[in-house]
Design a protein. Structure first.
Length: 241
């Protein structure tokens, strides 16, 4: 394969990965607590693209990274809707371990347990679950302390991570970590609010169009390289005959 085609193919592969990422971000624009994914580009040296003496550098997405900046907090008036102001996560009991989320759209199950919309029990600082009564208004303070009918029930576990890179996504708005969490500092719970996605819909749409145009240009370059190779082979055949 000639250097032009190899370079174009490398660029197309990187753009395809970007398109998948941008499409997923746009699909989760309305997902509560969703954190947008971004790509980190780099170059790698390819002797195949330029030859041993003058190797070419090809674009590649070295890794994806998650933008943990806070989304807009929207009031709902629902006492079981909780939002976090600052860096931190709610801890919940997932199907195979502890998960972390910024989506505080909670509800009370039939058994009286505070859970996520997926039925995962919300954890407290004592390591248990929050059990509430069917009657009586819930009040949640800024530090996550939950009271009902004048009685303190427990305090919600608010997890923090000094290095967010240890987190990996689990579904649309959950995260899991192989490293243990720490108590979050400087974060406040706001009752009756929900955090929206931090995806910039307009920005993502513009980037999506730009990446698609880049992909089309690279596709044309690959086609041109293929045509040039075919014509070169045909010319050699004519000379040889």
């Amino acid at each position: 394969m000639d250097p032009l085609t190899i370079s174009a193919a490398g660029g197309m592969q990187a753009r395809l990965e970007s398109l998948d990422m941008l499409a997923n971000n746009l699909a989760n624009t309305e997902t509560g607590g969703y954190k947008t994914d971004r790509e980190f580009y780099n170059l790698y040296v390819s002797a195949a693209a330029g030859g041993e003496e003058q190797p070419a550098t090809l674009p590649v997405i070295e890794r994806a990274w998650t933008d943990y900046s806070q989304g807009v907090l929207r009031p709902t008036g629902n006492p079981t809707d909780l939002a976090l102001s600052g860096q931190g996560f709610f801890a919940v009991n997932g199907p195979s371990g502890i998960l972390y989320t910024r989506n505080g759209s909670f509800r009370v199950s039939a058994s009286g347990t505070l859970t996520t919309a997926d039925g995962y029990a919300v954890r407290t600082v004592s390591g248990g679950n929050l059990q509430v009564s069917a009657s009586g208004a819930l009040e949640v303070s800024a530090d996550g302390t939950v009271t009902q009918n004048g009685q303190t029930l427990d305090r919600l576990a608010l997890a923090g991570f000094s290095d967010p890179s240890v987190l990996s996504k689990h579904g649309a708005n959950y995260f899991e970590s192989a490293a243990p969490s720490q108590p979050a500092s400087g974060v406040q719970v706001q009752q009756g609010k929900l955090e929206g996605s931090n995806v910039g819909a307009a920005e993502s749409a513009v980037r999506l169009v730009a990446v698609m145009r880049q992909f089309e240009m690279l596709q044309k370059a690959a086609t041109l390289g293929s045509q040039m190779n075919r014509e070169a082979v045909e010319e050699v055949a004519k000379v040889a005959s």
